[in-house]
Design a binder for this molecule. Structure first.
Ligand code: ADP
Length: 539
C-alpha cells in the first residue's frame, strides 16, 4: 500500500511538472487546459472530463474535453446551465449527470466538479466523471483542486495577456495617429519608440531612428534651454523637475531647419528608478511665423506712420509762424503737402483695415455694377503722369475695350497700386507701359516698367501680407507690403488672376486678367440682388 501511495505521489508530481513546463513555455491556452484535464482525469481514475469557461454573464464555452466524442459534446450543456455556484461551492443536481449519460450513451457513474477561481471570481468549471461507482473522496477533491488552480491561473494569465495586448494595440494606434511627435527613450537614452509624426518632423524613418542615442536624431542648430537631457539624467532627474522643455531650431536629417518644442518627461518605477523618458515634440514654426508677422507689422506700421506725421507736424509748425505765411506760394506748397500726407495716412489706415478684413474672410465688393476699365485706367494714368517727370507713361488700349462687371472703386485701387509700384520701383525713371488686351473670355491689363525688377524666387512672396523684397535698391522706398496682397485679393474676388514676369535689373510686368462674364453676386456676397448676366458690350 505504501508503495502504491509513493507511486501515486510520483505520478502526481510528474503531471504537475509537465503542466508547469507547458505554462512557462507559453503554450496556447487550449493546449494547457487540455493537458490539465488529461492529467486530472488520469490521476482520479476517471474516463471522461470537461473544462468549461465562463464568458460574459453565465454563458459557458467548452475549452477542453476528454473522452467525449465531439458530436455529443453539446449534450453536456444542461449541466452547465443547471449548475449553481455560491461562496466557493458548486452544486450540480446529480440527475443532470444521469440525463447526460442517457443522451450520450457514455458511462457516467460518479462526478466531481470544482470551480476555477482567481481572487474569488468564477472563471470556469472542471469536471471529472468515473465509469464505475467508486465515489470521489475528499482526497480526490484535494488533488483536483490543484489542477483546478493550474487551469484557473492559465486562464487568468491568458486573459491578462489578451487585455495587455489590446491595451498595447490601443497605445500603438494612439502613438501613430498623434499629430505631435512622440518618442520613447530607454534609461540609456536610446530610442525605443518613434512615431510617424516624429519621423516627419525630423526626416528620420522610425526603423532607422530606433536603437540610436536620441541626440543623434534630435540635433539642435539652436536651442533655448542650456540644460540637456543627458545632464538631467546623469544627475538622476531631480524631483523638483517634473519635465524638461527645450525649444529651438531642429536640424532635420536633410540639413533643413524646423522650429520645434520638445517636452521630455520621466517615467519612473514605483521605487523611483528611471524606466523611460517620454518625449513629445511639436512643430512651432507657425507660432514663430505669427510672431514674426506681428513684429513686421509693428515695424512697418510705425515707420509708415512716422514719416507722414513728422511731415505734417513740421509744415504745420512752420505755418504757425506768421512770417512763414507771408510767402503765398510756399504756404500753398506746404498745405498741399499736408493734404497729400494726410491722404497717405488715410490710405494706410484703409489698407490695414482691408488686410484685417481679408484675414477675417475676404474683401467685400460693395458696389457691383458695370465698370468701364478703360476709363479707370486712363484716370489713374493721368493722375500719375502729374506726379512724375522722370517716367514716361504710355497707354496702349484697343478701341472698344469691353465693359465688365465689378466694383469700380476696388478695381481703381488695383491699377493705382500697380502704377504706384511701377513708379516707386523704377527710381531711375524710364517708360511705363499700360497695355490692354481683349481675349475671348477675359480682358487683360498689364503694367510694365523698366525698374529694379524682382528675383524669380521672390515673385510668389510679394503677394503675401507685409512682404517686401529686401535689396539695396528697394530699401529706401516707402511701403507696407500690403499693396499687392490686397490687389490680388480684389482681383480674385472678381474671379480674376494676377501674375508677374520680371528679372532683376530688367523691369517687371504685372498682368491682371478679369473674366468678361462672372457671377459676382456670389463672390462679392454683398449685393442683395443678383445682377443680370453681362456679355461683352463694346463701347
Ligand atoms: P509695398 O510697395 O508697399 O512694399 P507691395 O505689396 O505693393 O508693397 O509690393 C510688395 C513688394 O514687391 C515691394 O516691396 C517690392 O519689393 C516688390 N514690388 C512690387 N512691385 C514692384 C515693381 N513694379 N518692381 C519691382 N519690385 C516690385
Amino acid at each position: 500500500m505504501a508503495l502504491l501511495y509513493v507511486d501515486y505521489r510520483v505520478r502526481q508530481r510528474d503531471h504537475l511538472i509537465r503542466l508547469v513546463k507547458a505554462m512557462v513555455s507559453r503554450l496556447n491556452l487550449r493546449a494547457v487546459l487540455r493537458m490539465t484535464l488529461e492529467s486530472a482525469v488520469e490521476m482520479l481514475y476517471g474516463s471522461v472530463g470537461l473544462i468549461a469557461l465562463r464568458r460574459e454573464g453565465d454563458l459557458f464555452t467548452f475549452a477542453a474535453t476528454y473522452g467525449i466524442p465531439p458530436a455529443v459534446a453539446e449534450s453536456f450543456r444542461p449541466m452547465l446551465e443547471g449548475l449553481s455556484y455560491r461562496e466557493g461551492r458548486l452544486h450540480i443536481p446529480p440527475e443532470l449527470m444521469e440525463e447526460v449519460a442517457r443522451e450520450t450513451g457514455l458511462l457516467l457513474r460518479q462526478m466531481v466538479a470544482l470551480p476555477l477561481l482567481v481572487e474569488g471570481n468564477l472563471l470556469g468549471v472542471i469536471f471529472v466523471f468515473r465509469p464505475h461507482s467508486a465515489r470521489f473522496t475528499p482526497d480526490d477533491e484535494a488533488i483536483l483542486a490543484v489542477f483546478a488552480d493550474y487551469a484557473a491561473i492559465a486562464v487568468y494569465n491568458a486573459r491578462l495577456y489578451e487585455a495587455v495586448d489590446a491595451e498595447r494595440m490601443r497605445l500603438n494606434a494612439l502613438l501613430e495617429v498623434s499629430a505631435d511627435g512622440i518618442m520613447i527613450l530607454g534609461p540609456d537614452l536610446r530610442i525605443e519608440r518613434f512615431n510617424a509624426a516624429f519621423a516627419a518632423l525630423t526626416g528620420w524613418p522610425a526603423a532607422e531612428a530606433r536603437g540610436r542615442p536620441y541626440d543623434e536624431v534630435v540635433v539642435w542648430a539652436r536651442r533655448s534651454a542650456p540644460q540637456t537631457l543627458r545632464h538631467l539624467v546623469a544627475e538622476g532627474w531631480p524631483p523638483d523637475h517634473p519635465s524638461l522643455y527645450v525649444e529651438g531650431d531642429l536640424r532635420r536629417r536633410n540639413g533643413s531647419l524646423v522650429g520645434v518644442g520638445i517636452t521630455y518627461a520621466p517615467l519612473l518605477t514605483r521605487r523611483g528608478k528611471l524606466m523611460n523618458i517620454i518625449a513629445v515634440a511639436r512643430d512651432i514654426s507657425h507660432f514663430r511665423e505669427a510672431d514674426k508677422l506681428k513684429e513686421t507689422f509693428i515695424s512697418i506700421v510705425s515707420h509708415e506712420l512716422k514719416t507722414p506725421v513728422a511731415i505734417i507736424r513740421g509744415y504745420a509748425e512752420t505755418l504757425l509762424r506768421p512770417e512763414a505765411r507771408r510767402d503765398e506760394a510756399l504756404t500753398e506748397e506746404m498745405l498741399s503737402a499736408i493734404v497729400e500726407e494726410t491722404d497717405r495716412l488715410a490710405r494706410l489706415v484703409d489698407d490695414l483695415l482691408d488686410a484685417s478684413r481679408l484675414q477675417a474672410g475676404g474683401i467685400p465688393l460693395k458696389e457691383i455694377g458695370e465698370v468701364d476699365l478703360a476709363a479707370i485706367v486712363r484716370r489713374v494714368v493721368e493722375r500719375y503722369r502729374l506726379q512724375t517727370d522722370r517716367h514716361t507713361i504710355v497707354l496702349d488700349l484697343p478701341a472698344d475695350f469691353p465693359i465688365i462687371r465689378g466694383d469700380a472703386r476696388r478695381l481703381e485701387q488695383v491699377f493705382d497700386n500697380l502704377l504706384s509700384n511701377a513708379i516707386k520701383y523704377s527710381p531711375r525713371g524710364g517708360t511705363i507701359v499700360v497695355r490692354g488686351e481683349v481675349h475671348p473670355a477675359e480682358v487683360r491689363l498689364s503694367v510694365s516698367d523698366e525698374g529694379v525688377g524682382i528675383p524669380l524666387e521672390e515673385q510668389d512672396n510679394i503677394f503675401q501680407r507685409f512682404y517686401r523684397v529686401e535689396s539695396p535698391e528697394t530699401r529706401a522706398v516707402a511701403g507696407t507690403g500690403l499693396g499687392l496682397y490686397l490687389t490680388r485679393a480684389i482681383v480674385q474676388a472678381h474671379g480674376g488672376r494676377i501674375w508677374v514676369k520680371s528679372a532683376p535689373g530688367k523691369g517687371s510686368t504685372f498682368t491682371v486678367a478679369l473674366p468678361l462674364q462672372t457671377d459676382l453676386a456670389l463672390r462679392g456676397g454683398q449685393s442683395a440682388k443678383k445682377p443680370p448676366p453681362i456679355t461683352s458690350s463694346p463701347r
